[in-house]
Design a protein around this ligand. Sequence first.
Ligand code: F6P
Length: 327
Amino acid sequence: MSENIKKIAVLTSGGDAPGMNAAVRAVVRTASYYDLQVYGISRGYDGLINGDIELMNKRNVANIIHRGGTFLKTARSEAFRTVEGRKKAFETLNAYDIDGLVVIGGNGTYTGAHIFGQEHDIKIVGIPGTIDNDIFGTDFTIGFDTAINTAVEAVDKIRDTADSHNRLFFIEVMGRHSGYIALHTAIGSGASAVFIPEVDLDLEDFVENLKKASRRNKLFNLVIIAEGNKNGGAQELANKVKEMYPQIDAKATIIGHLQRGGSPTANDRVLASHLGYKAVESLLNGASDKALGIVSNELLLSPFKDAISLRKDPDSDMIKMSEILSL
Ligand code: F6P
């Protein structure tokens, strides 16, 4: 392993995701194992710019593996989008002689890291932390599993009341540009249909299917809506459908930020621990400007450039399956 890295830092950035704490814990403990000094940076890139940084040790990360959110805090930094902001951030790293940085976040976090690494002499590796699961170069991102479990649990509850009243429910989940949360929630909750940004669904066809279903005596329906889909949000869709089919009793529920909170699932804790551990080893092995991921159970290091620019879409066979199973 490389002798060059002696001090590293870790931060979480962008939207929080359950499992980020487990990833930070793994980074800190692996760094200690390899006798590296490790610093925690608060509030993402904003904290790096403002020198909000603290030396950590193995005990600082005790009792956090099961906690949602990020104890380091997070931010969507506007200042880091500027050359001056990034210059200040580098000054902070220099002041502490830090030679390696681990960033945990999504696409925006990686974009910032890539530009920062081009402008300044710092080795950076990224860990995919976002509930959206929309990062190229990894099958799953930290937080996704917890988010879909939370969403499925919520839909199960809505199912009870939908069934009791013979109602149609549009249930909106997160995923700004991506249908992963919606698709997996729909499959996991046995929903009747799903609206995702990656598929164009015709509203008239959808309403026709509802009418057919009602003739077959299917009187309640659960429809999962990805916030980024082209037909509008849950409320908008409920209104449109009521206009087209006035006999139907349509309601809307937005699960919202509930999906981002809560204790991470075992899968998210294990994924986060694995990636945190590998992030430190990758830095020691000389990796830089790279995003970590696990694809088909193999660890993968992709250039940040690819992770940012290449799109990962839900598997078309999963989409077909959700249609077949929904009836
Ligand atoms: O990227 C994660 C995410 O939860 C998206 O699904 C959602 O669109 C967005 O963040 C919401 O961001 P914020 O909490 O900053 O409004």
